[in-house]
Design a protein around this ligand. Structure first.
Ligand code: DAT
Length: 177
């Protein structure tokens, strides 16, 4: 089984994916590292523009029959069995991204993506099995545990659980105009 852990940068994908992999006994795979290793994209400054089609092919070939957690904000665009979309209140995301040193454009792009559910919508368009998890106010341990519990209960779809409209005013000064 391949599980994609997706969400806006900064929501906690890597932290939760590693914990989840430990709890389930799955192999953790960072898409960024995999793409670099396999040369699956073009390097632009410190980021790589990943070729999704090529990456999907690698996922199909290499991870067939394996238990894998795929960590990336693009993982929901890949051939996977379950997508976990992590969410975080944009006001908290703002603090995390500032701490990470994100500059104006990147900050605004990512805050906006979280505000209007970009990863969730894309995930729903591509997959039937999508679980949305609100990480706001939860420890990474609690988030990973919540995912395990949902899986144990056999829940394959749970979406539409957050509404960030009340945060709009607070993050508006950081959005593009
Ligand atoms: P991502 O992989 O989505 O970019 P990350 O796992 O690197 O995110 O986490 C970003 C930062 O936030 C990192 O410093 C760890 C911290 N973090 C992650 N999940 C958290 C949580 N549930 N509570 C508090 N801090 C968290």
């Amino acid at each position: 089984m391949i599980i994609a852990v997706t969400g806006t940068p900064g929501v906690g994908k890597t932290t939760v994916s590693e914990l989840l992999a430990q709890k389930l006994g799955y192999e953790y795979v960072s898409i960024k590292k995999l793409a670099e290793k396999k040369d699956l994209g073009e390097k632009i400054e410190d980021e790589i523009e990943i070729d999704i089609e090529k990456l999907a092919e690698v996922v199909r070939e290499e991870f067939k029959e394996k238990n894998i957690i795929l960590d990336s904000h693009l993982s929901h665009l890949l051939p996977v069995d379950l997508v976990v979309v992590l969410r975080l209140n944009p006001e908290l995301l703002l603090k995390r991204l500032l701490k990470r040193g994100y500059m104006k454009d990147k900050l605004s792009e990512n805050l906006e993506a979280e505000l209007v559910d970009v990863c969730l919508i894309e995930a729903i368009e591509e997959h039937e099995n999508v679980i949305e998890v609100d990480t706001t106010g939860k420890t990474p341990e609690e988030v990973a545990e919540e995912i395990v519990t949902l899986m144990e209960k056999g829940i394959k779809k749970r979406v539409g659980i957050v509404d960030w409209s009340e945060s709009y005013e607070k993050i508006m000064p950081h959005l593009r105009r």
